[in-house]
Design a protein around this ligand. Structure first.
Ligand code: OAD
Length: 245
C-alpha cells in the first residue's frame, strides 16, 4: 500500500515538473547486463580500483589498464538500452527542459536516444591522446594495445575520468547550471558514494526543486531526498511515466 502511495506521489511530482534534471549511475544499466561497481557482482569486488582506474596505474602499466578497458568495452558492446534508459528518452520529449547527467561511461543513454546527456565521467568508447589531446570515438576493438596516436605517436588513453582526476570543468558547469534552474531532480541507480557527483544534490534549491530517488537498495541519499523509491529502475521508471503526461 505504502509503495503504491509513494509511486502515485512520485508520478504527481513528475507530472508537475517542467525543468527536469536526472542523474544516473551504474544501476540504470544493470538490467542491460552491464556490471555495477559496488554491491553483489560489482567490478570493485573483483578488481582494485587503484590498480586500474587511476593515472598512476596507467603510468605504471598502460597495457594492464587498457586490457581492463577492452574487457569492459567487450562486455558493454553487445548490451542494449533497457526500459529505464528508454523511459528517460520519453521523459526528455515530455518536459520543457531536460538534462541527463550520467556517471556512466557505457554510452547507453545516447544509444537509447537521449539527446541532452552530460557524461561527467567520460565515455569508454572515447580514446584520447596523452600527448596532443586528440580524441576519437572507436566502437570496435580492432586495434593493438596500448594504442598510439596517429597524429603525434604518443600513447592514447581511455576517455574516462579516473580516481584522483578532475571532472571536465565545462561539463560540470553545465550540470550545475541545469540544476540551479531545475524544478525536479531525479537520481537513478547510484550508490551516491562518489563525489563530486554525489554532492550535486546539495546544489538544488529545496524550496523550488523537488527531489526523487530510484535505486534498488537504500543509499545515503535516500533519506536526503523528498521521496525515495526502492526497486529496479527498469520497472520503476516506466511505471513513473504512466499517466503522468
Ligand atoms: P555503484 O556500483 O556504486 O552503485 C550502483 C547502485 O545501483 C547500487 O546502489 C545498487 O543498489 C543500484 N542498482 C543495482 N541494480 C539496480 C537496478 N536494476 N535498478 C536500480 N538500481 C540498481 O555505481 P555508481 O553509483 O554509478 O566512477 O558509481 C559511481 C562511480 O564509481 C562510477 O561512475 C565509477 C565508479 O568507480 C568512475 O569510474 C570515475
Amino acid at each position: 500500500m505504502g509503495e503504491h502511495k509513494d509511486l502515485m506521489q512520485a508520478r504527481e511530482m513528475l507530472a508537475a515538473a517542467r525543468q527536469v534534471v536526472v542523474m544516473s549511475g551504474a544501476g540504470i544499466s544493470a538490467e542491460s547486463g552491464v556490471p555495477t561497481f559496488r554491491g553483489a557482482g560489482g567490478l570493485w569486488r573483483e578488481f582494485r580500483a587503484e590498480d586500474l582506474a587511476t593515472p598512476e596505474a596507467f603510468g605504471r602499466d598502460p597495457l594492464l589498464v587498457w586490457e581492463w578497458y577492452r574487457y569492459r568495452r567487450q562486455i558493454v558492446a553487445p548490451c542494449e538500452p533497457n526500459p529505464a534508459h528508454l523511459a528517460l528518452v520519453a521523459l526528455e520529449e515530455r518536459v520543457d527542459d531536460f538534462t541527463l547527467i550520467t556517471q556512466n561511461v557505457d554510452g547507453l543513454h545516447r544509444r537509447a536516444g537521449s539527446r541532452r546527456v552530460l557524461e561527467i565521467h567520460g565515455n569508454m568508447f572515447l580514446i584520447r591522446c596523452t600527448g596532443c589531446g586528440r580524441e576519437r570515438m572507436v566502437w570496435d576493438d580492432d586495434f593493438s594495445l596500448p594504442p598510439r596516436c596517429e597524429a603525434c605517436g604518443e600513447l592514447e588513453r581511455p576517455g574516462v575520468v579516473w580516481f584522483g582526476e578532475s571532472l571536465p570543468a565545462d561539463v560540470m558547469m553545465a550540470a550545475e547550471e541545469a540544476l540551479v534552474q531545475a524544478d525536479l531532480f531525479l537520481i537513478v541507480g547510484t550508490s551516491g558514494l562518489v563525489y563530486p557527483a554525489a554532492g550535486l544534490l546539495h546544489l538544488v534549491d529545496r524550496k523550488r526543486c523537488g527531489s526523487l530517488l530510484i535505486n534498488l537498495d537504500p543509499t545515503p541519499q535516500s533519506g536526503a531526498v523528498d521521496l525515495a523509491l526502492h526497486g529496479k529502475a527498469g520497472e520503476l521508471l516506466p511505471a513513473l511515466l504512466e499517466d503522468s503526461a
